[in-house]
Every structure is written in C-alpha cells, then in structure tokens.
Design a binder for this molecule. Sequence first.
Ligand SMILES: CC(C)(COP(=O)(O)OP(=O)(O)OC[C@H]1O[C@@H](n2cnc3c(N)ncnc32)[C@H](O)[C@@H]1OP(=O)(O)O)[C@@H](O)C(=O)NCCC(=O)NCCS
Length: 338
Amino acid sequence: MKKSPTAKTPQPNRTVSIIGTGSYVPERILTNADLEAIVDTDDQWIMDRTGIRERRIAKEGEFTSHLAAAAAKRAMENAGVTVDEIDLILVATITPDTFFPSTACHVQRLIGAKNAACFDVNAACSGFLYSVEIAQQFIANHTYSTVLVIGADKLSSIVNWQDRNTCVLFGDGAGAAVLRNREGSHGVITTYMGSDGNFGDILHMPGGGCAVPITRDNADQKLNTLHMNGRETFKQAVTSMMKAAQKALEQSGLTTDDLKCIIPHQANIRIIEAMASRLNVPMSKFHINLDRYGNTSAAAVAIALDEANRTGRFQVGDYILLVVFGGGLTYASSVVQW
Ligand SMILES: CC(C)(COP(=O)(O)OP(=O)(O)OC[C@H]1O[C@@H](n2cnc3c(N)ncnc32)[C@H](O)[C@@H]1OP(=O)(O)O)[C@@H](O)C(=O)NCCC(=O)NCCS
C-alpha cells in the first residue's frame, strides 16, 4: 500500500535526560519559635516529631506562578537553553494561582515561553515525578523536544493557621527541571507511579471545588484549607514510598548498592528514617533539606534534586533514586542515571 505523503515514519523511542535544574524559595523565614506565637506548640515538639526547624513563606502578592517562574529561569540557565526552545511546560501544583487559566499558562506569560504548550498536573506532593514521567513519554516518542517540568506550591495559602497538627509542617517553594534527549546518556531510566483514591480523605482539602463550594454559611468551617489524619498519612507514606522505590529499582534492574543518592519527598525526617531502615541504607545516602523548608508539596523533591545537583552529590553516570508520596493518595519513584 502506498503511504500517504503526510504520514510520519515511526521513529524509535529516544532516551530522555534531565539537562538542568533550578529552584526558588521565598525570602521570609518562619521558624518554630515564630510558630510558638501562633499556635500551642514548641520548637522541641516540632523538631522531635518532624525534624523541621523552619520553612519559607511567600509574601503577599507572590503567587505559585511567581515561585515557579523563578525556579524555571534558574533551571533553563543551568541547562543552557533559551526560553524559545521550550515546547511544553508542565506545572505540578495543588495551589494554582487560579482554577483556570492553569498555573503553567501563568508561568508561560511570566517567562515569555511563546512556543510552549502548557498544562498543570494535580498529583499533590507526587506531582513533580508524575510530570517527569509525562515529559519523558512526550520526548521519548518525539512529540516534544524540550520540556520544562516544575513543582511549585504556596501551601501557606491553604494551611489552617489555627491547626497545630498541620500548620507546622508546610512551606512554600518551587523546583524545576529541563528535560531533553541527550545523545549517549541513559537519563530517566524508569518511573513507577501509583494511586489509591480510597485513601483520599486522609489528606485533602474538602471545600472550594464543585462538590463543596465555599458559601456564606460554611465559610467559618475552613473547608478550603488542608485537612489531615497525621498518623494514617504517616503510615501510608512509608508503605507507598517503599512500594514505589522497590518497583522502580526492580524495573531498572538496580539495587540500592548501585545508587549514589536517594532524593525523597521532604515531609518528615521519621518517614525517611523508616525508609532508610527498611531499605537497609544509611541516612547519609538520602539528600535531606526538610529542616530548612518543611514540606513544600510538589516542590519538595524538585528543590532537593536541584540542591543535590548543585552541591555535587552525584556526578555524570551516577544512579539516583527519587521517591515521593502525596494526597490522593499518590506515589511515584524514578531511577535516573545522571
Ligand atoms: C503530624 C505528625 C508529625 C504527628 O506526629 P505523631 O507522632 O503522629 O503525633 P500524634 O498524632 O500521635 O500526636 C501526638 C500529640 O501531639 C499533639 N500535637 C500535634 N501537633 C502538635 C504540635 N504542632 N505541637 C505540639 N503538639 C502537637 C497532638 O495533639 C497529640 O496530642 P494528644 O495525644 O494530647 O492528642 C505525624 O503524624 C506526621 O508527620 N504524619 C505525616 C504527615 C505528612 O507527612 N503529611 C504530608 C504528606 S505529603
């Protein structure tokens, strides 16, 4: 049969690498001592139960898109690509500037990425790795060449500042990566993603959507803030992140001995300690910054990746494992050869 002149010849899938990273956190630091003045808590409790010492809080008028754009610019600079080369922008967030347009479209406007298609990904704290996987698929099958993946959240905008169970845990920030095919590199070897909607209500924001709109009558119930069952979330976080890490290692044919560095979601030092013990790897293998930033949701693993990259925690050719967990519930893990 004669081929139509417009039909594309199928090309073999290509490998996809993270060619640059960037991150941004707001200037304002909120310490545990500052929180003592807001809710009934103390530095010792927060340090002992979470490992968090301080977190960053965006200023008024500084939105998720601003944090995302600042991280994106640093990632593009690190990757050595111009904004015109970006053909897809993905923003993982649960605190969009607006329901629509997407935060990715707001970022496009802020950085002037006129050649990009844009959309948001909602997988809570797992969103950055979900977005890496989406980017990976699009690049591997030749749909897009250069993808900007951003994890950004302004959690301070949905935290209930009267609830000591949650307000001490979270912070604001953004991390970004530029993904592209790079000859001779293995790049992102595999990503495993999972979800379980049955556990949706252990960590969620019940109001503000079409199911429970915020009305004059329910406005005082703080339904448009984050609600969490801490103990259940802790349990599910350890189980899901272990599952994701093991699946990604299995899929890539590697063991923890092959890994130079593990970059986990930055929620609680005790969650990371539990993983280290179950994986039988020393804590020194994990890159940890939650003491300085708290849990920045979709941004957390992306900020940690950028920090680890810039501080030389791994070199070209090294294997790293990224592993995340979030509301949904969602979880994911990627094995990357740098
Ligand atoms: C929230 C979390 C730190 C609580 O730690 P915990 O060891 O489970 O603590 P508990 O829930 O057992 O609470 C112990 C006590 O501390 C109290 N407490 C809670 N927050 C407190 C705070 N900020 N300061 C002081 N006391 C606090 C509780 O009220 C409870 O008191 P009670 O026994 O009188 O009722 C922990 O469960 C956790 O990190 N969960 C996972 C959260 C997470 O990662 N979320 C995001 C996932 S993406």
